[in-house]
Design a protein around this ligand. Sequence first.
Ligand code: KG4
Ligand code: ZN
Length: 341
Amino acid sequence: MIVLGIETSCDETSAAIVKDGRTILSNVVHTQAEHTPYGGVVPEIASRCHIMLLPGIIKQAMEEAKLSWNEIDAIAATRGPGLASSLLVGWSTAKGLARKLNKPLIAINHIEAHVHSVFLNPSAPDPHEALPMLALAVSGGHSSLFKIQEYGKLELIGRTVDDAAGEALDKAAKLLKLGYPGGPIIDKLGRTTPPRKNIFPEGRVREGTETGGLNHELCMSFSGLKTSLLHYVTHTPPTCDADVAQIASDYQEAVVNAIVKRCDKALVGMKYLAVGGGVSLNSRLREKLMELCDKRKVQLLLALPKHCGDNAAMIAGLAGMGRGITGEEAFALDIAPSWQP
Ligand code: KG4
Ligand code: ZN
């Protein structure tokens, strides 16, 4: 099955063609640079860019795959979660294309697609056999933990109760005047100096906090961390680049520890740990997850760096695995900005 996938949930405009869920024939990803001066994604600008760029990006994906339209079996797109005005562009385009070409339309969940991104690595095992699996999706928009006992059945067991991990890194970088997006900058600074112990709080979620019925010990909170960074720099302002790098390293450690500790707790009975999303590019997180999986004798499945951020290959791939909503029902669906897997 050959699927054309479209991804426009945030600020990446992407189209890809994937065969049988895992073989990438093309994957064109454009990251919008227009948001950099604002220190965050501006929804109106993002949707306008998607409208202007998407047709050309789809055309490029088709050309790179060297396919004609009659060789495409289905059209898949991200239906949610994400920014409403951004989702609308990709989802309406997919609907229009599928109707015009008389092909099936497939609605894909963006978070489940991040989990599938680990299987775009040719050396990963068969997704139906990588079970039981703990899956971590960490990005600028979400930080969620799922238990997967049966392929396609994601049971949410933990999540952030406020900011996402990537958002926490982006906000810290803004506060430290480092630029946007902050995750990669903090990662780079973190590599220049080891973190000090316990400078920033780990972001525990207290018992009694509203977690939607989830175990509070598997949930994360990053908003207090940002506040403690603000206090720290107010009382101990950095005086040189080395001070800033040290603070960045300490802060990154708190974010990474919060994630790794939740994984450690949730790994009981699991054979695999799959990690996807933009933050899974973080070198300190990768290092600590490798240590954890070695210790727990669990196989770590990391997405290839080029598939960690938002991309349409993970959308087309997941659709090619038979996941998502399809049939006439799909055409009646609207975008779903808060859609959980
Ligand atoms: O998956 P993604 O491209 O988009 C969302 O679905 O949100 O993730 C973007 C997030 C941003 O917050 C960015 O700062 C973060 O991923 N990120 C990183 C790194 N590269 C990107 N965070 C930590 N370390 C990195 N190397
Ligand atoms: Zn994402």
